[in-house]
Design a protein around this ligand. Structure first.
Ligand code: TXA
Ligand code: MG
Length: 353
């Protein structure tokens, strides 16, 4: 169902000192069943009262998200956990102790009170406590767990600013809280604790290395699937982050990768194709040409993660047909960046020797 058009209100709030009346208003709106987009430390979320199926259904309508893709439930405090989950294993509390508030989502046994629209009919529920002060204040004010996927239209890059949210959802969300750019820039790490052993469903803001301090043998085996296949886990859809442009991810030894990227670039330019490059600071001089649209990602993993989705959106807006990028190392935040790039490339990585 297409959502009807409404007037989207945008309020800019200082994360460290938000106007109390405005946060209270946002909380009221959530309680009343309306959609409120808000900043988190990972990406912006599209929030609704998690305990009201009518409210949550609007998230799916607004995003045009398939009904089989469950959403994450956000809490302000750990004692809310028992409202949404049952049979919480000791490992969940250990992880919560160490990583909440923060960019870690735990998949747990669902409480009967959580509407099935939230979990796409599954008997598990994904939960996290975000660390962004505005997110925490908002969830506290709402006085209820808040269901929130990323605040983008389905299969668009996740939003890391209020402008990104408006570009996708203006007229379908009641309120957008503008709290500035998301600091981490990639979504939370998701771990399923309901199987025989913990499984990483999505690498994200908390690196696996940090999680291994508590789960030493934790691993991530990418299982990307095609849109047409039946998804083993909904979040593994390969088209999830696809921009309009084709994304070419180059992987391999440094000199060979840059040679291959350069050759590919020249080939496209000769064919009159408009090309964009996502470049780290030390790569800019290699690709800087008047006929190439360059987007700077920064100098280290943290800044690359923070700039990644903005870069993909910016290159799409610049109407490039192809985006070239070097695959990052798959360590630390690099694994989450790698995962998002490979999905944007629809699984195609160019291996260079
Ligand atoms: O950082 C984040 O996680 C952001 C912010 C807003 O918190 N949220 C986010 O939500 O990325 P979303 O909906 O874009 O991604 C949530 C992922 C989906 O891929 C979904 O399939 C998975 O979580 N998920 C949700 N509930 C699940 C469940 N019960 N079992 C397995 N996967 C689940
Ligand atoms: Mg998303």
């Amino acid at each position: 169902m297409q959502p009807k058009s409404l007037e989207t209100l945008v309020v800019k709030l200082n994360p460290d000192d938000p106007v109390p009346e405005l946060i209270a208003l946002a909380g009221d709106m959530l309680r009343a069943g309306e959609l409120v987009a808000f900043p988190t430390e990972t990406v912006y979320g599209l929030g609704a009262n998690a305990m009201e199926s009518r409210a949550v259904q609007q998230i799916f309508d607004a995003k045009q998200r398939p009904a089989n893709d469950p959403v994450i439930v956000h809490l302000a405090q750990q004692d809310q956990l028992e409202q949404v989950a049952v049979d919480v294993p000791p490992l969940a509390y250990m992880l919560a102790e160490r990583f909440w508030p923060g960019a870690l989502t735990l998949v747990l046994r669902k409480h009967a009170n959580v509407p099935s629209v939230v979990t796409a009919g599954q008997d598990t529920v994904a939960v996290r406590i975000p660390s962004h002060p505005l997110a925490l204040r908002l969830i506290e004010e709402a006085g209820t767990p808040v269901a929130a996927p990323s605040a983008n239209r389905f299969s668009r890059p996740s939003p890391t600013s209020a402008q990104h949210v408006l570009a996708d959802l203006n007229g379908v969300v009641s309120l957008v809280i503008d709290g500035g750019a998301a600091t981490i820039g990639v979504e939370s790490t998701i771990i399923n604790l309901m199987g025989d052993r913990p499984v990483v469903l999505r690498p994200g803001g908390v690196p696996l290395e940090a999680l291994r301090e508590i789960i030493p043998d934790l691993d991530f085996s990418p299982r990307y699937v095609d849109m047409d296949d039946v998804a083993p886990s909904p979040g593994t859809l390969i088209k999830h982050y696809s921009p309009e442009a084709d994304v070419l991810v180059f992987q391999g030894e440094t000199a060979a990768v840059y040679q291959a990227m350069h050759d590919t670039l020249m080939q496209y330019l000769q064919e009159g194709v408009r090309v964009g490059v996502l470049a780290r600071d030390d790569e800019i001089s290699l690709f800087s040409r008047p006929d190439v649209v360059l987007h700077e990602l920064g100098h280290d993993e943290a800044t690359v993660a923070a700039n990644l989705f903005d870069g993909i959106r910016a290159l799409d807006e610049a109407r490039v047909s192809v985006i070239l990028v070097r695959a990052p190392k798959r360590t630390g935040l690099g694994l989450a960046i790698w995962d998002r790039l490979v999905r944007a490339a629809e699984g195609q990585v160019i291996e260079v020797d």
